[in-house]
Design a binder for this molecule. Structure first.
Ligand code: CMX
Length: 132
């Protein structure tokens, strides 16, 4: 498994409405989609930047993992997502190398992707997502 590129960088924010101003007005990026991912208890907003995306993550409930992250660490980089050809194959391969998986199988993520998370304790402290 060798990721082909950084698919997106996930950034935890308290409010997409507030945080989008920096990406739009300062960086001049265009917000092309806002999507709620109900089972993750998160609202997402996407900006394209070359081949990569910035994904803003706003919690939709107090028990969302993003709400907990904001409480502990404040707004900032939450995860890095790597593009792979086949998520299930890639998850099995990294697990065979000793990485703790948060998802044993790919599942539906935002923006039409199939995703699987790796535990930050197995990935040098950076919550990592594989996506296809
Ligand atoms: N990056 C690095 N470390 C993180 C982290 C993050 N984003 N989120 C939590 N941690 C660390 C915490 O600091 C904590 O470390 P210590 O044990 O050393 O204190 C540990 O992980 C457990 O954190 P927690 O807040 O007690 O536990 P959670 O219940 O929030 O679980 C995690 C953490 C990573 C297992 C959980 O957030 C998870 O399963 N994440 C994957 C799914 C996800 O993040 N979805 C939202 C994104 C939506 C999308 O892009 O589709």
């Amino acid at each position: 498994m060798k990721p082909s590129r950084i698919e997106h960088i996930g950034i935890a924010v308290k409010s997409i409405d507030e945080s989008r101003k920096y990406y739009e007005n300062v960086l001049g990026l265009e917000l092309y989609k806002i999507e709620e991912v109900a089972d993750q208890k998160v609202k997402t907003a996407f900006f394209k930047i070359g081949e990569t995306k910035i994904e803003l993550l706003e919690p939709t409930s107090e028990d969302s993992t993003i709400a907990k992250f904001l409480e502990k660490k404040g707004p900032g980089i939450h995860h890095i997502a790597y593009a792979v050809d086949n998520v299930n194959d890639a998850l099995a391969e990294v697990e065979s190398k000793g990485v703790q998986l948060l998802d044993k199988q790919g599942r539906k993520g935002a923006d039409g992707l199939t995703i699987g998370f790796l535990h930050p304790k197995s990935t040098e402290g950076v919550l990592s997502e594989l996506c296809q």
